[in-house]
Design a protein around this ligand. Structure first.
Ligand SMILES: [Zn+2]
Length: 263
């Protein structure tokens, strides 16, 4: 009952952020918000400080933002993360995204940024949260080469690579994409239960009820409470009772991010 990946600093929540968090507090044990751009870090810190021991943060630079930042801005942010290491429960989301970034020059820059961030996570002894889109094999290869140990693959769609993921001992967190994607549902079946977590990626990936169940609703705003519906869907797909999924995913998150919560 921990949403391990969302973006509470997004402006979508500016009008009712406190309300949303208090509503979540009644049903969830914790929320981990992910700061993906240096410009969002201050707001992230504000939220985490306000909701100590309830909202936790990871921070990094999302690979899609590679074109927006100079080398100096990247290095300055790394220094800021170093200084704030006690506030952070992980580094991420970081990784590769060659769906958004096509040019070879920028892809190379993306790889360099990714490696820099992995090294930072190792230096600070923090787990890593991965974003990978259309570069799944390369992402695993870099993580393996860099000897990254504590890795969570956020919204991981590479079902064909699950043998490798499991061999490396990486974790996977799933969100409402499973309502509409068969390949993500295949991942659910291949990930050991003790390596699975729940996430929303909110404010994105809201869902709506349909005749057949749920489908993605791109116009609506999502929030962390959706993990309940995601857990229900996973329980159905794996033919395991809801409470086992709910509790185990919470325990996995508590251990992985070293949150020291009473689950
Ligand atoms: Zn995200």
């Amino acid at each position: 009952m921990i949403d391990v990946h969302c973006h509470l600093e997004q402006k979508d929540y500016d009008k009712d952020r406190d309300e949303i968090i208090l509503k979540c507090k009644k049903e969830l044990k914790a929320i981990i918000t992910s700061c993906a751009h240096p410009k969002d870090f201050e707001k992230t810190l504000e939220i985490v400080n306000k909701y100590k021991d309830y909202v936790f943060a990871t921070a990094g630079i999302h690979p899609t933002y590679i074109k927006e930042l100079t080398e100096k801005e990247i290095d300055d942010f790394i220094e800021i993360l170093r200084k704030n290491k006690n506030v952070l429960v992980g580094i991420g989301e970081i990784g590769l995204d060659i769906w958004h970034i096509k040019e070879p020059y920028w892809r190379e820059k993306q790889v360099a940024l990714f490696i820099k961030m992995i090294k930072l996570a190792k230096e600070l002894d923090k787990p890593i949260v991965i974003h990978a889109r259309d570069a799944l094999e390369e992402t695993l290869k870099i993580l393996e080469t860099e000897n990254a140990k504590k890795v969570l693959l956020h919204m991981w769609g590479g079902h064909a690579l699950m043998d490798k993921v499991n061999k490396l001992g990486y974790y996977v967190s799933m969100n409402s994409i499973i309502m509409s994607s068969k390949s993500y549902r295949k991942v659910i079946k291949k990930i050991p239960l003790d390596h699975l977590m729940l996430e929303t990626d909110a404010p994105w990936l809201a869902i709506k009820k349909t005749k057949k169940g749920y489908s993605l609703d791109t116009d609506a705003r999502n929030d962390s409470l959706t993990i309940k519906l995601i857990a229900e869907k996973i329980a159905e797909e794996r033919d395991i009772d809801f409470n086992t999924i709910w509790k185990t995913c919470g325990l996995n998150a508590n251990k992985f991010f070293d949150l020291h919560l009473n689950i």
